[in-house]
Write a protein that binds this ligand. Structure first.
Ligand code: PLP
Length: 405
């Protein structure tokens, strides 16, 4: 069980009134709020210890280097990676996927090869693969979805050929909140000897992630969506791939030796961390993961599931509402339209009522096209949201309906 009132006090932004009342923050899929401990950790490191990592022999540099590597260790344990050096710090999910698309593509993909992605991907798990395919003369194949937002796994089986080089799917779809059967997708792909990248941007904060058990080859996520700072993210990769692939960016830190004739790259994980990384962001992300662990992952997931059942039941009573993504395998995301009301209008009206939701295509244009719509209103909840906020949200939707009638 979680103590919701105590938890809410940990998040200073939630105490804030935007117009007349404390904000109801239902835009957690876009970014999450930060607990005080994360803000304090970042402040503390800037105020007391700021100094570049892996470069100095002085106290300050050793202190930040130790904290940075400790954050890597925290993340390694959180996702149950085999080695600390399988955790690469990036700027976020987008960069993690770009890294794999570039480096894996350079090494393994050639003319006429195929990459499998799904109908329901975020643009960050489409465009990097498209760019790589254009470079290499390879092509993309798409796993179709069913109308309720599940992927058609039987169709996946039929997409494989001897040209398939990698499968890239999201753990949880950001516009619909549907949890994909990634265990099954990995198992099927591996039976064809094809590695799998999981875009975990919407997964890791709501679902257990054990990369060893999953046996995924890559898992990407963003710090800011898991209560950590912006500008920091993670790419987990199996040691074998990370060792074999060429680096994605080059410069300082990623080298062992440099002469004008030749550069020898550094060992993992530094081979993929060229330049000064966002080390204070990484330290802040470590603090965020510790915070989650203190509350208890399972407590969080159970509470969020209770919120999902409550909001699904309540919102279904709003006349003229249409929910997109009705599969049972969901996180607490409700993507919807109200009959005859444009999603932007709903979003603007809700904002005036101190409710923050996301409107638009959610960087999922192919998903919107699949449903024949331009966009939706998306309410995405987190473990600091409450039943009372859901009640107020649904009452506000009824108000919006009345105003537009
Ligand atoms: N993938 C998914 C499923 C997402 O929801 C997002 C962001 O919303 C991203 C990738 C990109 O994440 P970021 O912008 O943090 O790199």
């Amino acid at each position: 069980m979680i103590d919701i009132q105590a938890i809410r006090k940990d998040f200073p932004l939630l105490q804030q009134k935007i117009y007349n009342r404390p904000v109801v923050y239902f835009d957690n899929a876009a970014t999450t709020q930060k607990p005080q401990i994360v803000i304090n950790t970042i402040n503390e490191y800037y105020q007391k210890y700021n100094s570049n990592i892996h470069r100095g022999v002085h106290f300050l540099s050793e202190k930040t280097t130790e904290a940075y590597e400790n954050a890597r260790q925290i993340i390694k344990n959180y996702i149950n990676a085999s080695f600390q050096h399988e955790v690469i710090f990036t700027s976020g999910t987008t960069e993690s996927i770009n890294l794999v698309a570039f480096s894996f593509g350079e090494k393994y993909i050639k003319q006429d090869d195929e990459v499998i992605i799904s109908q329901l991907e975020h643009h960050s798990n489409i465009v990097p693969w498209q760019m790589m395919c254009e470079r290499k003369g390879a092509k993309i194949k798409v796993i179709p979805a069913t109308y309720n937002g599940d992927l058609d796994i039987a169709a996946l089986e039929r997409l494989f050929s001897d040209k398939t080089k990698i499968v890239c799917v999201n753990h949880v779809s950001n516009s619909l909140g549907i949890i994909n059967p990634i265990e099954k997708i990995i198992q099927i792909s591996h039976s064809h000897n094809v590695p799998v990248l999981i875009d975990g941007a919407q997964g890791i904060q709501h679902q257990p992630v054990d990369v060893n058990k999953l046996d995924c080859d890559f898992y990407a996520f963003s710090g800011h969506k898991i209560y950590g700072p912006t500008g920091i993210g993670v790419l987990y990769g199996k040691e074998k791939w990370l060792n074999e692939m060429p680096p994605y960016k080059s410069g300082g830190n990623m080298i062992k030796t440099v002469t004008f004739e030749k550069t020898i790259y550094n060992d993992l994980p530094f081979k993929y961390e060229a330049g000064t990384s966002n080390f204070i962001g990484a330290i802040g992300l470590g603090a965020a993961i510790k915070y989650i662990e203190n509350i208890g992952k399972q407590n969080i997931f159970d509470y969020e599931e209770m919120l999902l059942h409550y909001v699904s039941e309540k919102i279904s009573k709003v006349p003229g509402i249409r929910i997109y993504g009705t599969s049972d395998n969901k996180i607490c995301v409700i993507s919807f339209l109200i009959e005859n009301i444009h999603h932007f209008d709903t979003g603007i009206m809700l904002d005036k009522m101190d409710i923050a939701v996301r409107t638009g295509n959610h960087c999922n244009q192919p998903t919107m096209k699949f449903y024949g719509i331009e966009g939706t209103v998306r309410a995405s909840l987190s473990f600091y949201n409450t039943i009372e906020e859901i009640d107020y949200f649904v009452e506000s939707l009824l108000q919006v309906k009345k105003i537009f009638a």
